[in-house]
Design a protein around this ligand. Structure first.
Ligand SMILES: Cc1cc2nc3c(=O)[nH]c(=O)nc-3n(C[C@H](O)[C@H](O)[C@H](O)COP(=O)(O)OP(=O)(O)OC[C@H]3O[C@@H](n4cnc5c(N)ncnc54)[C@H](O)[C@@H]3O)c2cc1C
Length: 377
């Protein structure tokens, strides 16, 4: 088995697959090690498909905006795979005065960063999406947001990276990263040792278990969240929807099904067994549906055909770590995407490939440094 490359990537989510693609495109040899038996079986193929800029932390907004203007619109052509990217806007809905204040605050921050987003009233909301109930009194409206298919996007990057020579090995969990001559070079698995000039740890929450032993700890925790899919319905609308209360988000897919995610409010408290396989709970879909019904009565009779869950990796301050692990030569980290790493994933991976090859990321990456976390003493 080939076990040396310029770069060893740990994890085959959208970050691992897209980084492998952008590195291979630059002529860099890559081995991707994936613990699971399937590629992209973490959050990357289980998410709600939102590709949005609005509602983001201002520190990650420039990267999200760059990805939406430079990568997403041409991604299907670039990968030779239909990623179902649909750029028809995002409505973040509100019903109460409190909701509208939350939305106004998010909108003000995003406008200050140069994003085209504005507040609209209930009548304007229903002109954009006539299926929404009269209870909706306003929304933030970002016309350049959208959604895509997480499965085909992640696997599209995988397929293209392989065509360019990247080598993927599944069922290969990395147990530890080891230094050689002061530099992180070795990824140790049950089958052997893989060696690279640089290592990229992109293993979602598990990244922490690997990098903290080398002194690069990313304060984050595992959080399981859920999605549901309905039977195909006739075409109704193409926007991405969300709410000020974050009680549901979702969109209608190209073939007609609706994909919705939501919250039970209990996610951070985990399961009695402490986690493991991401099984959906008995209350997840019920909570999401209760949220949807208040805004979207037209879907009362839509049948749910499946629910699923996936792990996310909320960081202590809600944005990811992307870049070199300060103080650990040869080690790069991309994790902590905090439940919204799909939309920003391609831009994050493009940037990390630049940083790993002496190039320049398209936006200032200093907000993503892993040494930014400081205890309040
Ligand atoms: C239900 C749900 C809905 C979501 N909705 C959205 C949304 O609408 N929009 C949005 O932008 N984001 C959304 N997200 C978040 C998004 O999916 C993630 O932020 C993103 O996929 C993270 O990608 P990743 O590559 O960092 O991690 P992952 O996709 O989790 O990939 C990490 C990979 O590393 C592997 N791994 C772990 N440990 C090891 C090891 N020791 N050795 C080797 N491999 C290892 C795992 O098996 C996995 O394949 C959602 C997530 C979930 C779960």
């Amino acid at each position: 088995m080939k076990n040396t490359a310029d770069v060893i990537i740990i994890g085959s989510g959208i970050i691992g697959c897209a980084s492998a693609y952008y590195l291979a495109k630059k002529g860099v040899s890559v081995i991707v090690l994936e613990a699971d038996d399937s590629i992209g079986n973490g959050g990357s193929s289980r998410n709600g498909g939102g590709v949005r800029q609005s509602g983001r932390d201002p520190r990650e907004l420039p990267l999200a905006m760059w990805g939406i203007s430079h990568i997403w619109p041409t991604l299907s052509d670039e990968l030779g795979t239909d990623v179902e990217y649909t750029q028809k806007g995002n409505l973040r809905l509100g019903k109460t005065e409190k909701d509208l204040k939350v939305l106004q605050n998010l909108t003000d921050h995003a406008v200050a960063c140069g994003l085209d987003v504005r507040m609209i009233n209930g009548k304007e909301v229903r002109e954009i999406n006539p299926y929404l109930s009269d209870e909706v009194t306003g929304a933030s409206w970002c016309p350049t947001d959208g959604h895509a298919n997480p499965l085909t996007t992640t696997l599209g990057y995988f397929k293209k990276a392989r065509e360019l020579g990247a080598h993927f090995i599944t069922g290969e969990p990395v147990l530890k990263i080891k230094k050689e001559k002061g530099s992180a070079r070795l990824a140790v698995t049950p089958d052997g040792v893989f060696e690279g000039d640089r290592i990229l740890a992109a293993a979602g929450y598990e990244t922490r278990l690997l990098t903290s032993k080398l002194g690069a700890d990313v304060p984050m925790r595992g959080k399981k969240i859920e999605c549901l899919v309905t039977e195909a319905e006739p075409p109704m609308f193409q926007q991405m929807l969300g709410t000020a209360e974050a009680d549901f988000y979702g969109h209608q897919t190209k073939h007609g099904s609706f994909i919705f995610g939501g919250s039970t409010g209990l996610e951070l408290f985990g399961q009695p067994d402490g986690g493991g396989a991401p099984m959906s709970t008995s209350i997840g879909a019920a909570c999401t549906c209760r949220g949807i019904m208040k805004y979207f009565p037209a879907l009362s009779n839509a049948k749910i055909i499946r629910t699923w869950a996936g792990w996310t990796d909320p960081s202590a301050d809600g944005i990811p770590v992307i870049g070199q692990a300060d103080g650990v030569h040869g080690l790069y980290i991309a994790c902590g995407f905090t439940g919204h790493g799909f939309g920003i994933g391609p831009a994050a991976a493009y940037s990390i490939a630049e940083m790993m090859t002496g190039g320049k990321a398209p936006v200032d990456m200093s907000p993503f440094r892993c040494t930014r976390f400081k205890a309040k003493i």
